[in-house]
Design a protein around this ligand. Structure first.
Ligand code: ADP
Length: 340
C-alpha cells in the first residue's frame, strides 16, 4: 500500500473525519472536518464534538446524533451535521460527520409550507363557519331578515370561491414544482397561448374597463406544455389587471431573441416596492396583504409562474416603479432541448 494512501483518501472524502485523544485534543482531522468547523484550531475541537467524544469514551457506546450547528457568521444557515462518534480504544475517539444542511433546509421549508397552508386554509374555513352560524341566526325566529340572509349568503359564496381557488392553486403548484424537466416538450404556438390567456382574462379586465393590448411578433413557437404556459402567462395578466386601477392599459408583448422567446406583461398599476421585488415569487408572499385579500389573491400565482418558467428551461423577471406600473418578462427557449 502506498504510504500516503490513507492520508489522500481522508483528504478526498466529503465526510468530516476527526480523531480525538484522551484529552480531547485532535490528533487527526481531514479537510472536510476543518471546513465544517468541527475543529477550531490544531489543538481545539468544537465544543459539541468534545462533549460527544467525552460521552462516548465514558460509556464505550457509539453515539450518533444529528444537529444544527450555528455558523461563526450567525446570519448564515446553520450547518446540519449527522455525527457518529466511536470509541477506538486507548482513550481515542473517532468522529465522522456528514453535511446534511441541504436535507435540513428541505425539511424546514416543508414544515414552513405545511404551517402556511394550514394557516391559509384556516381563514376561509373559519369565516365559513361563522357566516353559516350568522345565516342560521338570521333565518331563525318568526321574522327572517331577508337583507341579512342575502348578505351572509354572498359572503359565503365569496369565501367558498376563495377556498376553492386556494385548493386549485395548491394542486397546480404541487404539479409544477415536483416535475423537473418536462416529460415531453411539444411545440406550442405563442399566438394560441396569448389568445387563450386574453380569453380567460376577459371578464376581469372588462369589469375594470382595462384594455389588454397584444403587441410584437406573431407566429412564434416555444417548446413545452401548452397548459402550463397558458397558466403562467394568465397568472401574470390576471395580476396586471388585479393590481391596476380602472381604465388603465395592460400590454402583452411577444418578442424573440437568441434561442429565446420573451413574453412581456406590462401594466400601469400600483407597482411594487424594491424591497418586495425579490420576495414576490415566494409561496404565500404578498407585498400588501390587505389588498391581496381584497383581490382574492392566494399568494401562490407567481410561485407557480416561476416553477413553470424553470421547468421549461426559462426564467421570469420583474421590474417595477411604485405608482407607475410593473413589467414581468417570461423568457422561454424557442427550440427543443433535444435539438441541441
Ligand atoms: P396574489 O395571489 O396575492 O396576487 P401572486 O403570487 O400572484 O399572489 O403575487 C404575489 C404578490 O406580488 C401580490 O400579492 C402583489 O403584492 C405582488 N404583485 C404581483 N403582480 C403584481 C403587479 N402586476 N403589480 C403590483 N403588484 C404585483
Amino acid at each position: 500500500m502506498p504510504p500516503n494512501l490513507a492520508q489522500s483518501s481522508l483528504n478526498s472524502l466529503t465526510v468530516g473525519v476527526l480523531v480525538l485523544d484522551g484529552d480531547d485534543h485532535p490528533v487527526l482531522a481531514n479537510p472536510a472536518a476543518r471546513e465544517m468547523g468541527l475543529i477550531r484550531s490544531a489543538s481545539d475541537a468544537h465544543a459539541i464534538v468534545r462533549t460527544l467524544a467525552g460521552q462516548t469514551r465514558r460509556s464505550g457506546v457509539t453515539r450518533v446524533v444529528e444537529l444544527d450547528i450555528p455558523r461563526a457568521n450567525s446570519d448564515a444557515e446553520p450547518l446540519g451535521v449527522h455525527v457518529r462518534a466511536v470509541d477506538i480504544g486507548g482513550g481515542y475517539v473517532a468522529v465522522e460527520a456528514a453535511d446534511v444542511t441541504e436535507a435540513h433546509r428541505v425539511a424546514r421549508v416543508r414544515r414552513d409550507f405545511v404551517a402556511n397552508v394550514s394557516h391559509e386554509l384556516k381563514t376561509p374555513v373559519g369565516a365559513l363557519q361563522l357566516l353559516s352560524e350568522a345565516l342560521q341566526d338570521a333565518l331563525n325566529g318568526g321574522d327572517p331578515d331577508a337583507e341579512a340572509v342575502t348578505r351572509f349568503a354572498d359572503r359565503i359564496r365569496h369565501e367558498s370561491a376563495r377556498l376553492s381557488r386556494l385548493v386549485t392553486e395548491l394542486l397546480e403548484l404541487s404539479k409544477v414544482q415536483g416535475a423537473d424537466p418536462l416529460p415531453d416538450p411539444e411545440p406550442c404556438s405563442v399566438d394560441r397561448i396569448v389568445a387563450e390567456v386574453i380569453d380567460r382574462s376577459r371578464t376581469a379586465s372588462a369589469a375594470k374597463d382595462i384594455e389588454i393590448k397584444v403587441l410584437g411578433d406573431r407566429g412564434l413557437v416555444v417548446y413545452g406544455n401548452e397548459g402550463q404556459l397558458v397558466t403562467a402567462v394568465a397568472n401574470l395578466v390576471e395580476n396586471a389587471v388585479a393590481y391596476s386601477p380602472e381604465g388603465t392599459r395592460v400590454e402583452v408583448e411577444v418578442g424573440s431573441g437568441d434561442e429565446a422567446v420573451s413574453l412581456v406583461v406590462r401594466d400601469e398599476g400600483i407597482g411594487i416596492e424594491a424591497r418586495d421585488l425579490d420576495r414576490i415569487f415566494e409561496r404565500f408572499y404578498r407585498a400588501d396583504r390587505a389588498r391581496s385579500r381584497q383581490t382574492g389573491g392566494t399568494g401562490l400565482g407567481l410561485a407557480i409562474v416561476k416553477h413553470i418558467a424553470t421547468n421549461h428551461g426559462g426564467r421570469v423577471d420583474v421590474t417595477s416603479t411604485v405608482g407607475k406600473g410593473s413589467t414581468f418578462t417570461l423568457r422561454l427557449p424557442s427550440r427543443s432541448s433535444e435539438q441541441g
